[in-house]
Design a binder for this molecule. Structure first.
Ligand code: G3I
Length: 330
């Protein structure tokens, strides 16, 4: 069966994020889906700070090791996600006893974390999301995070340098959400320029792509890809999904037992329009990755509250949805 990865092989890689433990937590149907459809794997959670080093000096690699082994056995390439993030980062990184840790202590911990993690998977990963989601959602430039408060604004430069030391050959990415919109687009350019001034090459920018049905900002996505590509960089869509429910709590759980055909049809049209847009930029887009393999595995069933969502190309039985046929037909 020709799948997504073969259909788009000449244009860009098709990726997927995988959570849980591979292959034990997955059914044969899910493994077959992954085999047929995707060529690059991103760890959904198992390489994040809380998963890798829950307590200082206590490294837990079992799940990440299993994913790396799975990817190798199934001929998938891998990206690393993520070395430094303000979310799911244990508090101990920033504490010295009860008191806030000094810049030197937090830098030393950043060094140990990045060297140990990126060093372990050196040679296995195409690239790392080094500092994830570092830009402010509001008027500010850099997001106010524990890393920044402890180290200072140069924490990004420090992190990218450490990643480069730990794995001299992989790409160092910058990945964020909402960076297709004008405000974060500008902040992204500023950050890339500052990193370049510090001698750090970031050859590719990740646009996550957590979009909502009927609200996909097609023109902004188009402009963002053009803008990032104009700096000589490549673009990756790193976490694609198309929620059929709006953000926020107000939507309740309207479709617990199945998604209406009319909504699936609109989702199909909008997914197809997205892939037409991506194909127009095939010279600069290197990867289009879905955040989770099928609807039943989507993080959007539990965030921001528990409900049944239908954001991906495959349903809970791993069967193709109308959106899959539409994407395969572009
Ligand atoms: O596994 C534990 C379980 O043992 C526990 O009982 C349960 C109770 O809360 O939590 C489970 O852990 C959850 C974990 O996902 C695994 O499912 C965490 O609470 C939950 O916070 C965590 O959420 C992840 C989130 O990042 C935070 O790390 C999502 O799965 C993951 O999809 C999401 O991914 C992020 C990207 O990394 C960055 N961009 C945005 C994207 C979506 O938020």
């Amino acid at each position: 069966m020709t799948g997504l990865r073969e259909k788009f092989a000449e244009a860009f890689d098709i990726g997927v994020s995988l959570g849980g433990r591979l292959p034990d937590d997955y059914t044969p149907a899910e493994i077959a889906l992954i085999d047929a459809q995707f060529s690059v794997v991103t760890p959904e959670n198992c390489m994040k700070p809380n998963a890798i080093q829950p307590r200082e000096g206590e490294f837990t690699f079992a799940q990440a090791d299993a994913l790396v082994a799975f990817a190798a056995a199934h001929n998938k390439r891998m990206t690393g996600h993520c070395l430094v993030w303000h979310e799911v980062c244990p508090a101990w990184f920033f504490l010295d006893g009860e008191a806030p840790a000094s810049r030197e202590l937090v830098l030393a911990r950043m060094r140990t974390h990045i060297h140990t993690l990126a060093g372990r998977y050196r040679g296995h990963l195409m690239g790392w999301d080094v500092v994830n989601e570092a830009l402010d959602d509001d008027d500010g430039y850099l997001r106010d995070t524990a890393w920044r408060r402890a180290i200072g604004d140069d924490y990004l430069v420090q992190a990218y340098r450490l990643a480069r030391e730990a794995d001299p050959d992989c790409d160092l990415y910058y990945n964020d959400y909402g960076n297709e919109m004008p405000a974060k687009r500008e902040k992204t350019l500023r950050l890339l320029a500052e990193l370049a001034d510090a001698g750090i090459a970031v050859p590719a920018v990740g646009i996550q792509g957590h979009w909502v049905l009927d609200q996909v900002p097609f023109d902004e996505i188009d402009a963002a890809i053009t803008t990032f590509a104009a700096t000589g960089r490549r673009v990756m869509i790193t976490e694609l999904d198309l929620s059929i429910l709006p953000w926020g709590k107000s939507a309740g759980n309207p479709y617990p037992d199945g998604c209406p055909a009319e909504i699936l049809a609109r989702q199909a049209e909008q997914y197809a329009a997205l892939f037409r847009l991506f194909l127009r930029h095939r010279d600069v887009i290197t990867r289009v990755a879905f955040w989770n393999p099928h609807d039943g595995r989507s993080w959007l069933n539990s965030f921001p509250y528990n409900r049944t969502n239908y954001p991906l190309l495959f349903d809970r039985q791993c069967q193709p949805k109308p959106a899959y046929a539409a994407v395969m037909a572009v």
